[in-house]
Design a protein around this ligand. Structure first.
Ligand code: ADP
Length: 595
């Protein structure tokens, strides 16, 4: 046993806590022996003082022991050494009193008296139980055993007959064996406790490492996506410039590979964000019917190309306007319906939404997506909801995928107060079900129902807008500049907030497009400074770009004067739409994120 570990406060605390919890009630065992003595013997009439004394000591020590055990956390927390001393005292004092009482009974009445025999039976029976209860502390066991047996050994040695020597030897033998056995029990206790500590430490470090990994990946999101966006953006540019057909073919392949790599990256990062607890759900008004229609609509072309029928039903009982996170709900729907499409080669896919129950507040909806696809083997129906799990590696090679979609979806659904499950028969098809809770949107909020992630109304380009772009990443900056110039805007691009402020001193811009994460002066600081310098004059619209969950930063954006924000990765068409919208002052009064 490593001695330093045994002297650690952590081990000692555990040991004393175990000692208290195992043995606090043990003090009461003596009360049973006393009752037998009072009720069935003439002890009280022949030696009342002795019986009263042992009764008093037993009751006091038993109560003290119970109290010290019952209030362990509080008393031990205040002074561990004092608790230990007090507990040891009440146990040993009691044991010593009973050792002496047995000796006195033996001296007064001899071996042949029933009272002596009764006490011998009681104490010999109690000692092994006490050994088990006192196992955490070898010191207490040792003193307990000695206190109980030493008076009898001493008295027998003192009396000196053959019978007495024999009895002294029997008691001594008993003491040796009990102490030996106590040692074995104690060693097992130490091994078990240290192993428990080692396991707890290993578990904690594994959890810490997992959390650190998830946090690292979540933070890396920005770094990983930026070059990916640049690759895709540059390909977009190259495809828009004259190129011979062979080169164009290669570029189209680069584009498609880049897009699927970005999609996988997004899933991986999304999952690590969920694991790291970095995702918060929005609560905005939306219509679940429109969300369902739009989601199914977006998958119609793919279904048609496979010759599969898509049907979607929303029960009449589903409220028109709900409050929740439409983006995340759509993500779950796209994933489950997308899977159904992926794993179905003929037949149909049916999506149904119904209201199953009204919790105390809001509504609980059940979503079902039923397909006539390849189905899932019963033993895999549970594991597919875990990260990186796929039902069959051969189908994976055929159909592709990361094994993260359902893990992400089921966690999102849990965050929405629901759960996800599957019923499936291999060869016949699967039904994925999930539930989710929503609040019912108030009439006022319903006025501005946000239809999921629907992009803003496309508007005609306003050419010759003068746009200031602030972005620290050189490739992204160049890409943005090129994209905006292709659209017909006049662009000045700078690398950070300070340069942006300098540029604004020299020229007037119609709009500022700016990254949030920049060295020196970041987007939020720059926006605040721009607003300060305007001093109530006509405000220039500022669009912030961010790779983080913009929702969590909404408040900071509003207070720093940012007009709109745009979630990376950059999708050119959406960015153009947002610029037009912001410039024309549509919705200029409020914030509405575009992801
Ligand atoms: P993936 O990206 O691999 O599709 P998911 O987590 O979305 O990851 O799905 C995990 C696995 O569950 C899939 O690889 C597939 O084996 C199985 N699966 C999911 N949906 C269906 C379905 N509708 N029919 C058959 N198998 C499915």
């Amino acid at each position: 046993m490593p001695p330093d570990e045994l002297s650690s406060p952590e081990y000692q605390g555990q040991r004393d806590s175990d000692l208290a919890h195992r043995s606090a009630f043990g003090g009461f065992v003596y009360l049973g022996f006393l009752a037998a003595l009072w009720a069935t013997t003439d002890y009280f009439s022949s030696h009342p003082a002795l019986l009263a004394a042992i009764t008093g000591i037993s009751v006091a020590c038993g109560a003290g022991r119970f109290l010290l055990g019952y209030r362990f956390e509080r008393m031990y927390g205040r002074n561990p050494a004092a608790w230990r001393a007090a507990y040891s005292l009440v146990i040993n004092l009691n044991a010593l009193a009973w050792g002496l009482f047995l000796m006195a009974t033996f001296l007064l009445y001899g071996y042949r008296d029933w009272k002596t025999l009764l006490l011998l039976i009681c104490l010999a029976g109690t000692a092994p139980i006490a050994l088990a209860a006192l196992t955490p502390s070898p010191a207490v066991i040792r003193t307990f055993l000695i206190a109980l047996t030493a008076p009898m050994i001493a008295a027998n040695l003192y009396l000196g007959s053959t019978l007495n020597y024999t009895m002294a030897l029997v008691f001594f033998w008993y003491l040796v064996f009990a102490a030996g056995h106590a040692r074995v029990l104690h060693r097992q206790y130490v091994d078990y406790t240290l192993e428990k500590f080692a396991l707890a430490a290993a578990k904690k470090s594994a959890e810490d490492a997992n959390r650190a990994k998830s946090a690292f990946l979540a933070n890396m999101g920005h770094e990983l996506r930026t070059p990916m966006n640049a690759i895709l953006g540059m390909t977009h540019l190259a495809l828009n410039s004259p190129a011979d057909s062979e080169r164009r073919q290669y570029l189209l392949m680069v584009k498609s590979a880049g897009e699927s790599l970005l999609a996988m990256l997004n899933r991986l990062l999304d999952f690590s964000k969920i694991e790291a607890g970095k995702i918060e759900l929005e609560a905005v008004p939306f219509s679940v019917r429109r969300l369902s229609d739009e989601t199914m609509q977006s998958l119609v072309a793919e279904a048609r190309s496979k010759g599969i029928q898509l049907r979607s039903y929303v029960d009449a009982s589903v409220p028109l306007r709900l409050q929740g996170d439409p983006l995340r709900l759509r993500q779950v729907m796209v994933n489950v319906v997308g899977n159904a499409l992926k794993f179905t080669n003929q037949g149909e896919i049916e999506s149904r939404i119904s209201r199953i129950q009204d919790p105390a507040t809001g509504v609980l909806l059940q979503f079902t997506v039923k397909d006539t696809g390849i189905g899932i083997a019963p033993e895999k129906q549970q594991s597919i909801f875990e990260a990186f799990e796929q039902a069959d590696s051969s189908t994976t090679r055929k159909y592709g995928g990361t094994g993260l979609g359902l893990a992400i979806s089921s966690r999102i659904v849990e965050m929405m107060g629901g759960r996800m499950w599957v019923e499936s028969e291999p060869g016949r098809g699967s039904s994925f079900h999930w539930t989710a809770r929503f609040a019912i949107a108030s009439e006022k909020a319903a006025g501005g129902v946000q239809e999921g992630a629907k992009a803003v109304i496309p508007a005609a380009a306003t050419p010759n807008l003068k746009i200031l772009v602030a972005e620290d990443h050189a490739m992204s900056r160049q890409l943005l500049k090129k994209l905006l110039e292709m659209r017909g805007y006049l662009v000045v691009a700078v690398a950070n907030g300070s340069e942006a402020l300098r540029a604004m001193e020299q020229q007037v811009f119609d709009l500022v497009l700016m990254d949030i994460h920049m060295p020196e002066l970041d987007g939020i600081g720059t926006a605040a400074e721009i607003r300060r310098r305007e001093q109530g004059g006509k405000p220039v619209p500022i669009i912030a770009m961010t790779a983080e969950s913009a929702e969590s930063l909404r408040e900071r954006y509003v207070t720093s004067g940012i007009t709109e924000y745009f979630a990376k990765p950059i999708k050119p068409d959406r960015l153009f739409e947002l610029i037009e919208k912001v410039y024309r002052g549509v919705n200029a009064a409020g914030m509405s994120g575009t992801a």
